[in-house]
Every structure is written in C-alpha cells, then in structure tokens.
Design a protein around this ligand. Sequence first.
Ligand code: FES
Length: 158
Amino acid sequence: MESRNVSKKPEGRAIIDPAKRSMLLAALYVAQEHNGYLTRDAVHQVAKRLGLTDSEVYSTASFYTLFRTEPVGRHVIQVCEGLSCYLNEGAERVVDYVGAKLGIKPGETTGDGRFTLETVQCLASCGTAPAMRVNDQLYENLSPASIDDILERLMGEV
Ligand code: FES
C-alpha cells in the first residue's frame, strides 16, 4: 500500500516546517551580516545546522528581497517603485536621479564597490512616499535635495 507523504506539496516540492522556516530566516539574516550577501558556504552552513538541503535554503533566500546571493556594494540603495511611490512622483524619478548621481543603473554596483542600486516593490512606507532604503535605514518623503544630502553623507563615510 502506498503511504501518503504529507511533507510534500502535490508537485513534489518539500514544505519546510514553520518553526524551521522562522529559524531559517533569522539564520540567513545573521549569515548575511558577515559578507553583505549569502555566500555558498554560508548557505551550506545554515542548511547543515537546520537539517535542510542547500537548495531549500537557497530557494528561501532567493524569495526574499532582504537576502542577497551575489556580492553587493557597501551601501545598498533600494528605491521603491511601488504604486504609492510612483503616484507621489517617486519611483522612476528617484531611480533616475540616484542612478545619475552614482553613474549606475538598477542592478549595478559602482566601480569602487561602495554603492549598489536596486528597485523594490514596497518598503511599507506608502504614506510617506516616495521612499528608499539604504542598508537598514529607511528614508521617506524624498526630494532631490534630501537625496543629495543622503548621498553626500554616505560618500563622506570612510
Ligand atoms: S509603494 Fe513605496 S513604500 Fe509602499
């Protein structure tokens, strides 16, 4: 008689236990802190500690915009291009402005490795749009002047 495996979705993908998933997200966050992104070794170590496969960990890491599996600049600038930001003259205007200031396009890192520019769909700051995040810091009600201030401060950091 064939037994039914309740730990598999119908299409055969494994379901990660909710408790392990919670630990996985925290572990990935800590692992990413070391290099700014999740190295192959970090993914492997997290998988090993939680009794998961590397592909299960990688799959979760690649789902969340918070996690990176490729090297990034010291300052990761995430510009929101969600609807609220778009309607508040953000999104494209902010992306273009920041990109022109740094000489890069979304998905690129400056030659000196200091800045990476990304776009994201929402930073949960819709009431104070347009918004962007630099590493863990959220910036709201952006204007060209406030963006200039932010970038000048970051460029001045040693
Ligand atoms: S749409 Fe930009 S913060 Fe939500």
